[in-house]
Design a protein around this ligand. Structure first.
Ligand code: KG4
Ligand code: ZN
Length: 352
């Protein structure tokens, strides 16, 4: 079965083809991506209306590109999967609209996919795929969650951020330091030349005893520190960046280890844009190696938003028989959509 996946929830347009059989892991046949980062950079963040308009321009050329890469015709597509939520409403509507129009024209079914499930299952596209069950640390621009994952569609929320996400903490702190959008990778780069112990920044909720996170206070502490530095800020920016990164990484690391202890599982999957952070990877790898825990990451290119993870999540849901694709093309999108609530396994039922 050939699944076409379309991602348009935020500032990347991603399209991919995944091929799946009755058993075995589905396999990536082709993927293509257009990042809008350069377009939004002038505004210091994503402008939703510009994002929607750009998705409209990119999605069909990218679809043609992946079909050409895989040397397949459009008629070979069996199911069209698209990101149904969460994300920007207008941006989601572009992907959903194109997916339903393509599928209706082909007489093929569609499948709306949860964006975070895409991130969560993206390590299955890597050369070293995980096995169930595992603890997942989901760290994207909008979400920070720890989950127990027992299988496709079997997700239990162990803890999440009560305010800003880890990616937001990176981005907002970077913005305060005058770095371009999205700040995470820029801050990480600057931090390479700095000392992570230079400034004592808070580790919010580190000793809360539960698996929840809070990063809003960190951003305020970074702002206070930057003001205190005054004229010296420019010279001390690498140290401030390194100290900010150290604070975020320490909290993510310690809470992930707590989640492993709490569940007794010996496998950790890290997914979402912040999963590309080198310090986070180094520290998780070292701490998990000491405990005999295996850590799995998506390929670096598939950490941030992409179509491959959406096609993959769609293919895995269909293969597991959790959901059937639908020929009801009256799509709706879900800009807010929890993947799992605390103590609850499985995806919430789609709205009727
Ligand atoms: O998963 P993603 O592409 O988008 C969402 O679904 O939100 O994640 C984007 C986030 C941004 O906050 C970005 O700054 C962050 O991931 N990010 C990084 C790095 N690469 C991307 N944060 C820290 N270090 C990085 N190397
Ligand atoms: Zn994402």
């Amino acid at each position: 079965m050939l699944v076409l996946g379309i991602e348009s929830s935020c500032d990347e347009t991603g399209v991919a083809l995944v091929e799946s059989g009755a058993t075995g892991l589905p396999r990536l046949a082709a993927h293509a991506l257009h990042s809008q980062i350069a377009m939004h950079q002038a505004y210091g963040g994503v402008v939703p209306e510009l994002a929607s308009r750009d998705h409209i321009r990119r999605v069909l050329p990218l679809t043609e590109a992946v079909l050409a890469q895989a040397a397949r015709g459009l008629e070979a597509v069996d199911v069209v999967a698209y990101t149904r939520g969460p994300g920007l409403a207008g941006a989601l509507l572009v992907g959903a609209g194109v997916a339903c129009a393509l599928a209706a024209a082909l007489g093929k079914p569609v499948l709306g996919v949860h964006h975070l499930e895409g991130h969560l299952l993206s390590p299955f596209l890597s050369a070293d795929p995980p096995e169930f069950p595992f603890v997942a640390l989901l760290v994207s621009g909008g979400h920070t969650q720890l989950m127990r994952v027992d299988g496709v569609g079997r997700y239990e929320l162990l803890g999440e951020t009560i305010d800003d996400a880890a990616g937001e903490a990176f981005d907002k702190s970077a913005k305060l330091m005058g770095l371009p959008y999205p700040g995470g990778p820029w801050l990480a780069k600057l931090a390479e030349q700095g000392d992570g112990a230079a400034f004592k920044l808070p580790r919010p909720l580190l000793h809360s005893g539960n698996l929840d996170f809070s990063f809003a206070g960190l951003k305020t502490a970074v702002l206070t520190q930057a003001r205190k530095l005054g004229d010296q800020l420019e010279a001390r920016k690498p140290d401030l960046a390194a100290s900010t990164q150290a604070a975020i990484v320490e909290v993510l690391l310690k809470k992930s280890l707590m989640a492993l202890d709490q569940t007794g599982l010996d496998r950790l999957v890290v997914a979402g844009g912040v999963g590309a952070n080198r310090l986070l990877r180094e520290q998780l790898d070292a701490a998990c190696a000491r405990r005999g825990v295996r850590v799995h990451y998506p390929e670096l290119a598939l950490c941030t938003d992409n179509g491959a993870m959406i096609a993959m999540a769609g293919a895995m849901r269909l293969q597991a028989g959790i959901e059937a694709a639908s020929e009801r093309y009256a799509f709706d999108v879900k800009p807010r959509w929890p993947l799992a609530r605390s103590g609850e396994a499985g995806m919430p039922a789609p709205a009727a």
